[in-house]
Design a protein around this ligand. Structure first.
Ligand code: F3S
Length: 78
């Protein structure tokens, strides 16, 4: 899992991105955090909507990112 700060004054929102080149469709992200991830037509994971994650879901976001065997999920605060 990669965690990066986007700016020095976080807004409280988090952002997630799935690296399409790395994702192999293991779908652990979708299973662990269906509020945040969905499968595309090929079965690869992607963030729902614009990838903004509410602070209340950060625990699930981190869990999903930590369980991606391809390290395809990037999480950023702010
Ligand atoms: Fe892809 Fe990792 Fe999810 S491989 S489907 S981003 S668990």
């Amino acid at each position: 899992m990669t965690v990066a700060r986007r700016n020095p004054a976080p807004s409280g929102a988090w952002h997630v991105r799935v690296d399409r080149a790395r994702c192999q469709g293991h779908a652990r992200c979708v299973a662990l955090a269906p509020e945040i991830f969905e499968a595309d037509a090929l079965g690869n994971g992607r963030a729902i909507g614009d990838g903004v994650v509410a602070p209340a879901l950060v625990g699930k976001l981190r869990l999903a990112a930590a369980n991606c065997p391809e390290h395809a999920i990037t999480v950023a605060e702010g």
